[in-house]
Design a protein around this ligand. Structure first.
Ligand code: SAH
Ligand code: DHB
Ligand code: MG
Length: 221
């Protein structure tokens, strides 16, 4: 089994279960044209995020790591009328591309994009008494995972769902040698969720068009 098979099966999932989606196709094309790295979630994963928003009845979503807004758009689509995604992005170019993509996808009224280091934006949000957020998706610089999880706990309430992306990394998560900062970030997410008494969590390994990785998911008591 290889990424080739996993990609073919991802294509099967999309063609069997999803409507044709010229808007999201255009978003990915815009990201490519603007030189953004293709590290967005896959379509199947994006749909899962959208379903999690719907299943949980989330109205108030926080995303850390926007890139071109592909995952943001999926989550915005799961929101009820009046719902909102606050999404945090460091890179002004990524933010510009995302803003145009939100327009293209017709979700601008549901998305608030804040540009700058997420740790600063999170502090600002806390100062504004933002939250509690119903769902928090962490998908930015992996070494900051423990800091983002700590902020997520401050901006959460009972029942808040926290999803942390890229915590398996080709299975490297079980390497303890500490040589890869992204892997250490994944391990730090496991330690945080395992140690925090208010969090009940699991992790799911995934294969697909984006290779072998996975996400952690936890709920706040
Ligand atoms: N969630 C997106 C992918 C995000 S990729 C999707 O699935 O479509 C990770 C993003 O985090 C990149 O755009 C990167 O610029 C951003 N990022 C990296 N460090 C950051 C920081 N300190 N604060 C905010 N965003 C950061
Ligand atoms: C990387 C980041 C991501 O958010 C992702 O989904 C895949 C890879 C990375 O920085 O390598
Ligand atoms: Mg990711």
């Amino acid at each position: 089994m290889s990424t080739k098979t996993w990609t073919a099966v991802d294509n099967y999932i999309v063609s069997s279960l999803f409507e044709a989606d010229p808007v999201l196709d255009a978003v990915l094309a815009a990201n490519r044209d603007q030189g953004l790295p293709a590290i967005d979630v896959s379509a199947a994963q994006g749909k899962l995020l959208s379903l999690l928003v719907r299943i949980g009845g989330a109205k108030n979503v926080l995303e850390i790591g926007t890139l071109g807004g592909y995952s943001t758009i999926w989550m915005a689509r799961g929101l009820p009328d009046g719902g909102k995604v606050v999404t945090l992005e460091l890179d002004p170019h990524h933010a510009d591309v995302a803003r145009a993509n939100f327009e293209q996808a017709g979700v601008s009224d549901k998305v608030e994009l804040r540009v700058g280091p997420a740790l600063q934006s999170l502090e600002t949000l806390a100062g504004e008494n933002a939250g509690p957020f119903d769902l928090i998706f962490i998908d930015a610089d992996k070494p900051n995972n423990p800091n983002y999880l700590a902020w997520a706990m401050r901006l959460a309430g009972p029942g808040t769902v926290i999803v942390c992306d890229n915590v398996i990394r080709d299975g490297a998560v079980i390497n303890e040698d500490g040589r890869d900062a992204n892997v250490e970030g994944a391990r730090a997410a496991f330690s945080f969720i395992g140690d925090d008494k208010r969090l009940d969590g699991t992790a799911i390994q995934t294969v697909g068009a984006k290779g072998y990785d996975g996400f952690a998911i936890a709920v706040v008591d």
